[in-house]
Design a protein around this ligand. Structure first.
Ligand SMILES: *Cc1c(COP(=O)(O)O)cnc(C)c1O
Length: 404
């Protein structure tokens, strides 16, 4: 289309425009920046379970809500744009996305998995898919030699979380992709911790990206959701069939909440990132704190790699206290920081992985990964960092009083 015709026909909603925008603008405007029918700036919530067929054999593109919904479709297209894939699929939770994804594989297939990952993923694979005849190897995927050693003739995929949860180990995504592609398998990356604002695994060779949208994407601790983003046409057909058959699809209202959250992902991530650096540095200087795990420290063992493949460190900071008795005192005495499972929302949360997110992982494996009774994990929110520090300081002072 020449310039004159383009001007005459006026702006078209969507029309691939967002794909060419910079990330901050693509997040704000999504795949379809306004509703073509009404001009609504906010994507309408199509709260309809079913859709009328115009005639026998014809469809508006929407038939039944489990299969497709216009609000969900807008979110799925937006996720594909911001995560640099061709296709996006939205699910009712991160686990819904991961459970659907594993059905791309078959009994007998072997999958290599990061040992230090979200406990729910471990539980799903170990308590269910293992019994269905899938096999899994749990290893430290930040060491490429261990990944190579774990390969078997029937290995079909490598599933990584980077940075890992909760120990903040970094896996080299490009190297991981090379190793598994050499076996004809797929690299799957759980990109929940950094979000597409700071890391785009597909650009680094990952075939599939999964997200718990409950975390940074939604960003406000008010909605559960999960996503798969990828670029393979054949897998898309299978994944759509899984989504349609299994029914873990995201509801229209929840899709709208995530769309609303995504608009501010960029500014939120920048604030999570700068706050986490301040809090991590402060924690590091405390007497009662033994060690702080944070990928933004220059002496983090994989700092250079982290800078190479990511644009930020995000808001996650884990730390060991010296005295295990301090854990209970800290959790009881924090007031601004909320003792609650989850991460990625505007509120600062603290988690005790041993008893919460990682309780499903067997003790020996958990300890080998570093998840012990002295580990706490902070999801640093977007409050004033001085308030976050003051809260931690007060709780540590209580430890001094009670445990010395
Ligand atoms: C929370 C989380 C999940 C699971 O997502 P839900 O939305 O809670 O089902 C998966 N992976 C990571 C890294 C998570 O933090």
């Amino acid at each position: 289309m020449n310039e004159k015709d383009r001007c005459k026909s006026g702006a078209q909603p969507g029309a691939g425009r967002a794909g060419r925008l910079s990330p901050a603008s693509a997040l704000v405007h999504g795949a379809t920046p306004f509703d073509p029918l009404t001009g609504a700036v906010s994507t309408p919530i199509f709260q309809s379970a079913t859709f009328r067929h115009p005639a026998l054999g014809s469809s508006t593109g929407y038939d039944y809500g489990r299969v497709g919904n216009p609000t969900r479709a807008e979110l799925e297209k937006t996720m594909a744009i911001i995560e640099h894939g061709r296709y996006g699929l939205a699910f009712s939770s991160g686990m819904g996305a991961i459970s659907s994804l594993v059905k791309l594989f078959s009994p007998g297939d072997h999958i290599i998995v990061s040992e230090d990952l979200y406990g729910g993923t471990y539980r799903l694979f170990n308590d269910f898919y293992r019994l269905y005849g899938y096999s899994f190897s749990w290893i430290d995927t930040s060491d490429p030699d261990l990944v190579k050693k774990a390969l078997r003739p029937e290995t079909r995929a490598l599933f990584i979380e980077t940075p890992s949860n909760p120990m903040m180990k970094v896996t080299d995504i490009e190297t991981a992709a090379d190793i598994i592609h050499g076996k004809g398998g797929l690299l799957i990356t759980d990109n929940t911790f950094l979000s597409p604002w700071f890391q785009n695994p597909i650009d680094l060779g990952s075939d599939i990206v999964v997200h718990s949208g409950t975390k940074y994407l939604g960003g406000h601790n008010d909605v559960l959701s999960g996503f798969i983003v990828h670029s393979d046409g054949a897998n898309e057909e299978t994944l759509r069939n899984i989504q349609k058959s299994e029914g873990a699809s995201l509801s229209p209202f929840d899709a709208w909440l995530v769309l609303r959250g995504l608009k501010t992902l960029g500014i939120r991530m920048e604030k999570h990132d700068s706050n986490a650096l301040i809090v991590a540095q402060w924690l590091r200087g405390r007497d009662r704190v033994e060690k702080v795990f944070y990928t933004g420290f220059e002496d983090h063992p994989q700092y250079a790699l982290s800078r190479k493949q990511s644009r930020g460190s995000g808001g996650m900071v884990s730390f060991y206290v010296k005295n295990p008795a301090d854990v209970e005192v800290i959790l009881r005495n924090l007031s601004l920081i909320l003792f609650a499972e989850s991460l990625g929302g505007v509120e600062t949360l603290i988690t005790y992985p041993l008893a919460q997110t990682h309780s499903a992982i067997p003790e020996a494996m958990r300890l080998a990964a570093g998840v012990n009774d002295r580990l706490l994990r902070l999801s640093v929110g977007i409050e004033d960092p001085l308030d976050i520090i003051a809260d931690l300081d007060a709780a540590l002072l209580c430890c001094k009083e009670e445990n010395e």
